[in-house]
Every structure is written in structure tokens, then in C-alpha cells.
Design a protein around this ligand. Structure first.
Ligand SMILES: CCCCCCCCCC(=O)SCCNC(=O)CCNC(=O)[C@H](O)C(C)(C)COP(=O)(O)OP(=O)(O)OC[C@H]1O[C@@H](n2cnc3c(N)ncnc32)[C@H](O)[C@@H]1OP(=O)(O)O
Length: 222
């Protein structure tokens, strides 16, 4: 029997705006705390130089936690991670937690602070900057009732080293639309200093492009 897919259910312009909650915060605050704990672990592991005994002890504890969570595994449409729009980081620990401050149909402002987990030697890792831009620009591209699009390109300019443990401001702007194409620009500032800027193109998906996303196509790393 073919397993039903919910892909088409989520492909429509009525998909919740990526700046608004999609998960009931009352029932899922513990999950947000779990992700926060995961971020603490990422930072603590990065900052530590444990003895072999302590490294082995912590590795065992982390594998025990992973096994516990695997008994609650769900498919990607059902998972919480990446869908908690209302909380910084969206319930996902991949990118630094982005705090959204203001939103209009065509602009967003926010703040981000990174620690040593995201460091590339005393400044933010160059791979993290695109993560931040992709997060804010993709949310803007796909907000205000605009149907889902995917990143076609994201060009990032690194203007100055981005300091760690320091609040940076992030801005995003929708420059314009041409048919299915949405052009966006982002900037990352430390105070008045421009740390990085980016230009990106998001292309609205054609209905058939969403059909490629199915449970059969999902990979597994286990
Ligand atoms: C259930 C669905 C849920 C969807 C959630 C999406 C959330 C967002 C997550 C992401 O952002 S994913 C991040 C990584 N990005 C990708 O994985 C995207 C991979 N690339 C693709 O899937 C396709 O290349 C893409 C959908 C972006 C475009 O493919 P199309 O076949 O629809 O593009 P097409 O060739 O029809 O081109 C449309 C227009 O865009 C232009 N274009 C496309 N890619 C371009 C590019 N890279 N540079 C410049 N222009 C580009 C192209 O020239 C053309 O311009 P014109 O209309 O003026 O002729």
C-alpha cells in the first residue's frame, strides 16, 4: 500500500505566514526548551577540552538521549523543528537563533548573537553568515501570502569580521518581483559597521516541483 503524502496539503498560498506561530506554544514549550538545551550542549562541547574519560561519559549520555528521542520519531511534515516561527531559531539548532523585531510585507529587521560554536577563529564562521541570510530572506520571500519559493542563488559579501558574543542587527528587504522571481537583499551590521551583505533570488515553485518531495525521497542518515 502506498503511504499517503501530505505534500500537497502544505502546498498552497494559505500556508501559514513564516512570521506567525504554526505550533501551539502551550503544548510545545518543553520542545523549545529541549532545543535550547541542545544549543547549550553545542556551545559547551565546542568550548571544552575534556579528559578522555569525561568525553566518553558525555558521549554515552548523548547517545542515550538520541535513542530516547528516536522512539518519538515522526515524518518531516509532522516534526516541530523548523516550524516554531514565533521563537528564535524556529525550534531548530542548525543556524544561530534569529530574533525578529519588525516585519512588514517587504522588510524585516532582527538581531543575532553567535558564540564559539559558530566561530571561525575569533569571528563568525563564513558558512554561518549565509545561514543567517537564508533564514531571514527566505522567511521574507515566503511571507505576506506569497506562495512558496526556493533559493535560486544567495550571493554573500563579507565586509568585516563579525564579532562573537555581540549582538548584530540583520535587515532584509524585498527589492522586487518579476513573474515567479523575487529579488531580495540583506545586511548584517555591528553597530554602524557593515559586516556582510547579500543578494538573493527566490523562485516560486511550480506545482509539479512540490511533487518531487515525498516520503520516498527523504534520506536517512541512520
Ligand atoms: C512543499 C514545498 C515546500 C517548499 C518549502 C521551501 C522553503 C524554502 C527552502 C529553500 O529555500 S531551499 C534552499 C536551497 N535551494 C534549493 O534547493 C533550490 C534548488 N533549485 C531549484 O529547485 C530550482 O532551480 C528553482 C526552483 C530555484 C528554479 O527552477 P525552475 O525550473 O522553476 O526555474 P526556471 O528555469 O523555470 O527559471 C525561472 C526563472 O528564474 C531564473 N533563475 C532560476 N535559477 C536561477 C539562478 N540560479 N540564477 C539566476 N536566475 C535564475 C530563470 O532564468 C528564469 O528566469 P526568467 O523567468 O526571467 O526566464
Amino acid at each position: 500500500m502506498t503511504e499517503p503524502t501530505t505534500t500537497l496539503d502544505i502546498w498552497n498560498p494559505g500556508w501559514p505566514d513564516p512570521f506567525r506561530p504554526t505550533v501551539n506554544a502551550d503544548t510545545d514549550d518543553e520542545y523549545a526548551d529541549l532545543v535550547e538545551a541542545l544549543r547549550e550542549v553545542q556551545e559547551a562541547v565546542t568550548r571544552s577540552r575534556p579528559t578522555p574519560e569525561v568525553a566518553a561519559e558525555v558521549a554515552t549520555a548523548l547517545r542515550t538521549a538520541a535513542r530516547r528521542l528516536r522512539t518519538f520519531e515522526v515524518d518531516e511534515d509532522t516534526q516541530i523543528a523548523g516550524k516554531r516561527w514565533e521563537i528564535p531559531g524556529k525550534g531548530h539548532a542548525l543556524a544561530p537563533a534569529l530574533h525578529i523585531d519588525t516585519v512588514t510585507d517587504t522588510t524585516v529587521t532582527g538581531r543575532v548573537t553567535v558564540g564559539r560554536f559558530h566561530s571561525g577563529r575569533y569571528a563568525m564562521n563564513g558558512g554561518v553568515t549565509p545561514l543567517i541570510f537564508d533564514e531571514i530572506l527566505a522567511r521574507l520571500a515566503n511571507s505576506a501570502g506569497r506562495p512558496w519559493g526556493r533559493t535560486a542563488y544567495l550571493n554573500v559579501n563579507y565586509r568585516a569580521p563579525a564579532p562573537l558574543h555581540t549582538e548584530l542587527t540583520v535587515t532584509a528587504e524585498l527589492l522586487g518581483q518579476e513573474g515567479r522571481k523575487r529579488f531580495l537583499r540583506g545586511a548584517l551590521h555591528h553597530g554602524d559597521v557593515l559586516v556582510a551583505d547579500a543578494e538573493g533570488l527566490w523562485v516560486e515553485l511550480k506545482p509539479e516541483q512540490t511533487l518531487n518531495i515525498s516520503k520516498d525521497a527523504e534520506g536517512s542518515d541512520r
